[in-house]
Design a protein around this ligand. Structure first.
Ligand code: A3P
Length: 303
């Protein structure tokens, strides 16, 4: 399946045709969830791979063998991608699943399910920058053009996987309709990885001993994951992901957006954000006490 230049439009949202077909997207909307399923939900570039690694390690009690021998897309497949049914047929035991779909597309399938849903959100300014650089290296995504154009497309919600605002508001605003729901941010994971591992373990009802948590923490650090070919996407051939143009595990920072956004772009973003998030009760804290970047990290805004 190459289809590198194909775009699928499904219910008004565009998806890269390399990974999605009309059938696979339709299949996802009617997905038969099992009560033992764990579903990781993210808007792209929000920490999906990181959470796949965290959940894998938690469910293996810190043993890194699985995370070092099975690619993330095989042990935590995306339910909307074309290969899902083959992967599931070949898998055994409780299922770890992933999706980038917005709530409105998945809510009918999730109705009444006891599946455990983990939603990861990230500062949208960092999401945009990460997504922009990912478009430059992934040959199945459109050439993003200049950053200013990509930013406008993102704000209009015309990028692949649709609007970040609709995604975050859809999932978090309807969390009460999901029986088992955990909300966590990339920033929280970054600032307190140990606490985040404990939080995920508690939610998934795994009790990890101190040494198991230590092992999990080491394996899901940025430096370890960056070298792990099961998660850093270096297994993907050059014609699909051009590793000369960038790394999937790029910077792994918070607040790095300041190095790409101009002051004006940041201000415009804040205005759009305030308007689009006005009907959301969410309060995001993007700021952090400890920072690995030299520049001042500003809270995006709080609602
Ligand atoms: P950057 O491009 O900002 O570096 P996703 O998996 O949703 O596509 O998200 C990818 C982003 O998560 C990339 O961000 C990647 O570096 C970051 N990431 C992945 N694992 C991480 C980790 N262990 N610690 C910090 N960031 C991580």
């Amino acid at each position: 399946m190459a289809r590198l230049d194909v775009t699928e439009t499904f219910q008004g949202i565009t998806f890269p045709g390399h990974l999605h077909t009309q059938e696979s997207l339709h299949y996802a909307t009617e997905f038969k969830f099992q009560d033992t399923d764990i579903l990781i939900v993210t808007y792209p570039k929000s920490g999906t791979t990181w959470m796949q690694e965290i959940v894998t390690l938690v469910s293996c009690k810190g043993d890194p063998v699985k995370s070092q021998t099975q690619p993330n897309w095989a042990r935590a497949p995306w339910i909307e991608q074309y290969y899902i049914s083959d992967v599931l047929k070949a898998s055994q035991g409780p299922r770890l699943l992933t999706t980038h779909l917005p709530y409105k597309l998945l809510s009918p399938a999730l109705q009444g399910s006891k599946a455990k849903v983990i939603y990861v959100a990230r500062n949208p300014k960092d999401v945009i920058v990460s997504y922009y650089y990912f478009h430059k290296m992934a040959n199945f995504l459109k050439d993003p053009g200049p950053f200013s154009e990509f930013l406008s497309d993102f704000l209009e919600g015309t990028v692949y996987y649709g609007s970040w605002f609709d995604h975050v508001k859809g999932w978090t605003g309807n969390s009460r309709n999901i029986e088992n729901f955990l909300y966590i941010t990339y920033e929280e994971m970054w600032e307190d990885l140990r606490g985040s591992l404990e939080k995920v373990s508690l939610f998934l009802e795994y009790h990890l001993l101190e040494n198991e948590l230590n092992s999990a923490q080491k394996s899901c650090s940025f430096s370890t994951m960056r070298e792990n070919c099961m998660v850093n996407y270096t297994l993907i051939p050059q014609e699909i992901m051009d590793h000369k143009k960038g790394k999937f595990m790029r910077k792994g920072q918070i607040g790095d957006w300041v190095n790409t956004f101009s002051k004006e772009q940041s201000h415009n973003f804040d205005v759009v954000y305030a308007s689009k998030m006005a009907d959301s009760a969410l309060t995001f804290v993007w700021d952090t006490k400890k920072s690995h970047v030299d520049t001042e990290i500003l809270p995006l805004c709080t609602t």
